[in-house]
Design a binder for this molecule. Structure first.
Ligand SMILES: Cc1cc2nc3c(=O)[nH]c(=O)nc-3n(C[C@H](O)[C@H](O)[C@H](O)COP(=O)(O)OP(=O)(O)OC[C@H]3O[C@@H](n4cnc5c(N)ncnc54)[C@H](O)[C@@H]3O)c2cc1C
Length: 507
């Protein structure tokens, strides 16, 4: 007699923040969920790793979504989710989102205090005082609408009807704004070229696109909530966020299985039935959520060619060259901000390696490094093609990495003189590392909208394969930890309703 196949409710492929958020919220509603993660730890681009007593953020280190309800409205998704799961993540207020160091001695800190930030822009561009006020006011207006709306799935008619009925005018206003670009809106009010470059780097620093290609709606969250809910760093490093989601998942009876790479999504008659792991075992579920990128999901894990995704449907963002340093604390002067963005020349800011991102989270949480030391994380965009000629572990690969690192450190000395002499530990990562650790096609930051596409053209959580869903930065609204958290909430909310156990509102 054939043995009965065990079928769980939901399988989640990957424990990035999008996948884990969906898993934890589904399990909290009593929907049995199993997460398969290829690494030995959770979090993907929002994980931490340790070397010689230093704890590094593998990727993200600027965090939104930890504000109180009164400050952020409904946009404080981490606060609300952790409250719902009954787990705690202690955070440390981060007073400056990014300190920009731009060409021609233009330095400005995007600080929590909105008036101080706008005041420093007006001090440099007094002739644009009105334009600055009006442009940032537009972002605040988007923010004001979004902060009143509960998170849910845009594919869930019940959710849309509830939101539309509770605030019809706001919903209509938001619908109109989804078609607008941040850069085109800026150009209605601002004419100074240098200030428009600044608006571009305000977009590029998180969207990896110029302001014209960046939706106004996304800007309304990233560039407004920093002044309301604020930026908050999780004590213990970025890995504290996935650790808390795992705790919530497991507390409610869910399961996460590490070192379990999914090699195939099992599809029969157009319907996802489960997954096959690298060890050959098959696992069955009523629904499967992929937290992998859209290219990895449909051009690798789903083997039926009819579901292949056209490579040209979106732009593929580049990957990263990353530098993780342990440094003598003396090199960082008192009062130094945690996050910095450096541009040497506006001609190259959006070219590979043109913009340097820098964070030193030990300024907020000294426990991330041994006493008397700091952690430094600096990175620039890079493409996998620049590195495929090298064999992993080879001398040539090591030398090439060190060469790029030395140039990056030398450019960073503009804000931290003496950095090269203060280094006690150096760990280097290329797009190949990124691809290997995260299973992300070419180590890419993910799909970006093409010029002319609007945010509603981002894939939502349902897919052309029945019972196969997607969460993470390939889906609406896009890249960033708070964005993928939203995608996880909306994915869980859609699936939970299908299972007849709709999510309760996150309060
Ligand atoms: C260098 C860098 C800096 C960043 N800085 C910030 C920042 O400061 N603030 C911010 O908000 N965002 C930042 N981001 C972006 C943010 O980290 C990501 O957008 C977000 O974490 C992506 O989450 P995700 O859910 O899409 O999953 P990912 O992080 O891509 O994780 C996917 C997980 O799935 C696993 N997986 C994939 N395929 C399989 C498979 N077949 N089987 C099993 N497991 C699989 C992977 O191992 C991984 O753990 C940064 C990103 C990078 C790379």
């Amino acid at each position: 007699m054939a043995s009965k196949v065990e079928v769980t409710d939901v399988i989640v492929i990957g424990s990035g923040i999008g996948g884990l958020t969906a898993a934890a919220l589904l399990q909290e509603r009593g929907i049995a969920t199993v997460v398969f993660e290829k690494n030995r730890y959770p979090g993907g681009s929002c994980s931490s790793f340790q070397r010689n007593g230093y704890r590094f953020d593998a990727g993200a280190s600027v965090f939104y979504g930890f504000g109180e309800n009164s400050a952020s409205g409904t946009l404080n998704l981490h606060t609300r989710i952790f409250r719902k799961l009954g787990v705690e993540v202690r955070t440390i207020a981060d007073p400056v989102q990014i300190h920009y160091h731009l060409p021609n001695g233009f330095n400005v800190a995007a600080c929590y205090d909105r008036l101080a930030f706008l005041g420093s822009l007006v001090a440099r561009f007094p002739h644009e005082a009105e334009g600055v006020k009006k442009f940032y006011r537009e972002l605040d207006e988007v923010y004001e609408i979004l902060r009143t709306m509960p998170a849910g799935s845009l594919e869930d008619v019940n959710h849309l009807l509830a939101v539309g009925a509770s605030s019809p005018l706001m919903t209509f206003a938001l619908a109109l704004k989804t078609f607008r670009s941040m850069g085109k809106t800026a150009r209605r009010y601002i004419h100074d070229d240098e200030l428009l470059h600044f608006i571009d780097i305000e977009a590029y620093s998180w969207a990896l696109q110029d302001a014209v290609s960046t939706p106004l709606v996304n800007a309304g969250i990233c560039l407004a909530d920093r002044h309301f809910g604020g930026i908050n760093y999780p004590a213990g490093g970025s890995g504290a966020i996935p650790a808390a989601l795992c705790k919530g998942l497991e507390k409610c009876g869910g399961v996460i299985r590490y070192e379990s790479e999914v090699t195939e999504i099992l599809v029969t008659n157009g319907e996802a039935r489960g997954v096959r792991l690298a060890d050959g075992t098959e696992h069955h579920a009523k629904a499967v959520i992929s937290n992998a990128t859209i290219w990895d999901t449909f051009n690798r894990l789903v083997t039926d060619n009819r579901y292949r995704v056209d490579e040209k449907r979106f732009l593929k963002a580049p990957s990263w060259f990353q530098l993780f340093l342990g440094v003598d604390a003396k090199v960082i002067p008192p009062g130094f901000d945690v996050h910095h963005v450096l541009v040497d020349d506006w001609k190259y800011y959006d070219q590979l390696g043109g913009t340097i991102y820098f964070s030193a989270p030990t300024i907020l949480d000294p426990s991330l490094a041994p006493p008397g030391k700091h952690v430094v994380h600096a990175f620039v965009t890079a493409e996998v093609e620049q590195w495929t000629q090298y064999e992993k572990g080879s001398e040539a690969y090591r030398r090439a990495k060190e060469q790029v690192a030395a140039a990056l450190i030398s450019r960073t000395e503009r804000i931290l003189p003496g950095l090269s002499k203060a280094i006690e530990l150096q760990v280097l990562a290329t797009p190949l590392t990124h691809e290997r650790y995260l299973n992300r096609r070419d180590g890419s930051y993910g799909p970006l909208l093409k010029p002319g596409q609007n945010i509603m053209q981002k894939p939502q959580n349902t897919t052309p394969v029945k019972n196969l869903f997607a969460a993470g930065d390939s889906t609406f609204p896009g890249q960033g930890v708070i964005a993928v958290t939203y995608s996880g909430v909306s994915c869980a909310s859609y699936i939970a309703r299908k299972f007849g156990k709709p999510l309760e509102e996150l309060v």
